[in-house]
Write a protein that binds this ligand. Structure first.
Ligand SMILES: Nc1ncnc2c1ncn2[C@@H]1O[C@H](COP(=O)(O)OP(=O)(O)O)[C@@H](O)[C@H]1O
Ligand SMILES: [Mg+2]
Length: 367
């Protein structure tokens, strides 16, 4: 069995380190605080929340994922399903159904989990009051309401009024903790620090950064050893460097290295290079599709960026070197690449958000 996990929430023995963050989060929750957690994609935000929930068994965690949400109906659906996953009793279910009766929710059985699933038809008119009613049901003692990928609430038309009325309900729930999690730095920061936002100054910021290198090195070395591989420091160091301290990218590369090695093999630089090639080959179709979805200017921009050291900054000089004519054309290409999650904004500069895509592009002559 492959001892590395990628693309799933990790908890328990699969969860490495983050002691400081776990303790801080536990303290915030015990004090019924409101917290917003920001960190790059795949840095372990959702896993940190799941692990916190596991370590706080006396608390009710209502998990609501807002990824790709676009309507009020979906927002109700997701909060209702979060409540329902926690409730489990017949009484809790009837109370929930009663609260959202006006939305005429349909009930089905989730084919994967076997749980009851509620859905709201797109034709139903949903008001901010309907959303508030659901939040009111969540507001109990020893309860934590988690909104994951919270920045996506901005995709809902008129989301400002939703935030306004949500804030009023949340403010009245003094014994309930709320955690808002997000991976789009600027959008999350705007929601909580822009004076015009209804959520301005409403939550404590928590930044989830790179995973501790020493702890993660031991964790990965043990996993390689469990399958008879011989990890040398250089190999693992190279893997962690490649993943820039991002545990998701690091575990993904470990899977590639694992696939290319057998018991008794060294995990050295050569093994890492092969593992990397293995992972990039597995993803080459999706990378090609990504490339096809880019505009001509975005490709020109990417090509110029890849000839430079990361992080990249935008300048007039860069625009002309990339053959993009003007600063504003280059700026809009970079904006598009950021929206498509090819680039990640860090302060005033950008880096490639997916190191595997960056490596694949470097190897291919496509840009
Ligand atoms: N503390 C951790 N220990 C080990 N691996 C982790 C840890 N946190 C995250 N990961 C790795 O990162 C991947 C993505 O984690 P996830 O919690 O989904 O990140 P995020 O919510 O920030 O996108 C996991 O599948 C796992 O491979
Ligand atoms: Mg997540």
């Amino acid at each position: 069995m492959i001892p590395f996990k990628y693309g799933v929430f990790v908890t328990g023995t699969d969860f490495c380190g983050r002691k400081k963050e776990l303790n801080l989060l536990k303290e915030y929750i015990s004090s019924s605080m409101r917290v917003y957690i920001v960190g790059e994609r795949r840095t372990g935000k959702s896993s940190l929340l799941m692990e916190t929930a596991r370590k706080m068994p006396g608390y009710r965690f209502i998990y609501v994922d807002l990824r790709s949400i676009v309507t009020r109906g979906q927002l109700c659906e997701r909060i209702a399903n979060g409540l329902n996953r926690q409730g489990k009793t017949k009484q809790a279910f009837s109370k929930l159904m009663k609260a959202i009766a006006s939305l005429r929710p349909e009930v089905s059985i989730d084919s994967i989990t076997g749980d009851l699933k509620l859905s709201v038809s797109p034709e139903i008119q949903v008001s901010d009051v309907d959303i508030d009613k659901l939040l009111e049901m969540a507001g109990e003692k020893k309860t934590v309401v988690v909104f994951d990928e919270f920045q996506d609430i901005q995709r809902i038309k008129g989301y400002e009024t939703i935030l306004g009325s949500m804030r009023t309900v949340i403010q009245s729930q003094t014994n309930t903790s709320y955690i808002f999690c997000g991976s789009t730095f600027n959008r999350m920061t705007d929601l909580f620090t822009d004076r015009r936002s209804a959520f301005y100054n409403s939550a404590q910021r928590m930044l989830l950064e790179a995973i501790d290198e020493t702890e993660f090195t031991c964790f990965l070395a043990d996993r390689f050893k469990s399958g008879g591989r011989l990890p040398g420091d250089n190999g693992i160091k190279r893997i962690i460097e490649f993943g820039r301290g991002n545990p998701g990218d690091i575990q993904k590369l470990c899977i590639g290295v694992w696939n290319q090695t057998a018991p008794g093999d060294n995990i050295d630089q050569a093994a890492v290079t092969e593992g990397l090639a293995n992972m990039c080959a597995l993803e080459s179709d999706s990378f090609r599709e990504r490339l096809d979805s880019l505009s001509k200017n975005q490709i020109l921009c990417l090509s110029a960026l890849l000839k430079r050291e990361e992080p990249f900054t935008l300048s007039n000089q860069f625009a002309s070197r990339a053959g993009l004519g003007s600063y504003s054309v280059a700026k809009s290409a970079i904006k598009g690449l950021t929206e498509k999650d090819v680039l990640l904004k860090k302060g005033h500069s950008w880096v490639m958000s997916n190191p595997f895509l960056a490596h694949w592009l470097h190897l291919s002559d496509l840009v």
